[in-house]
Design a protein around this ligand. Structure first.
Ligand code: DQA
Length: 152
């Protein structure tokens, strides 16, 4: 059996409320549906998706640390920690694989405080503003980045 590279999909605070939370901004899909869509795309592309959601900054830092040396990439929707968490920034800076920053909405087009991402400087790529479609697209992005690493 071939061992499939693992991709950590990390979801920050309040994303457990997706489906109920501001559907006009974030859409009507629940988080488990988004994870399912990403997992299915991963299966098609030979990647194994491992998901963690937490409302706690330290838990997300722990999840990034536990991905080190073990997973091929991180896809992270840091939610509000995008705009504030230097701890997450530093944990991601110490991660050895690709990081894809993911948002359902386009934070840059919303309130001014959402325009700053402290995660962006340590991300290889960012996907935002595509709603639920961004989840399988983030997996496509990881597959492309891994293929580039492999084949140039
Ligand atoms: C979000 C955008 C953030 O600004 C916000 O705090 C979230 C969700 C998004 O997916 O659009 O919780 O990351």
């Amino acid at each position: 059996m071939t061992v499939r590279p693992i991709v950590s999909l990390l979801s920050g605070p309040n994303l457990n409320l997706l489906g109920e939370r501001e559907p006009e901004v974030y859409g009507t899909d629940r988080l488990d549906e988004l994870v399912e869509a990403a997992t299915r795309r991963g299966e098609q592309l030979g990647l194994s998706i491992e998901h963690v959601q937490s409302n706690h900054e330290g838990d997300l830092v722990d999840a990034v640390q536990s991905a080190r040396g073990r997973t091929a990439a991180i896809i992270i929707n840091p939610a509000a920690y995008t705009h504030s968490s230097w701890a997450l920034h530093d944990a991601l800076a110490a991660y050895d694989g690709h990081v894809v920053e993911l948002h359902l909405s386009n934070p840059a087009g919303r309130e001014p405080w959402r325009s700053t991402s402290v995660v962006a400087p340590v991300a290889t790529a960012t996907i935002s503003g595509l709603g639920a479609a961004g989840y399988p697209l983030a997996v496509d992005a990881v597959a492309s980045l891994l293929a580039l690493d492999r084949d140039g």
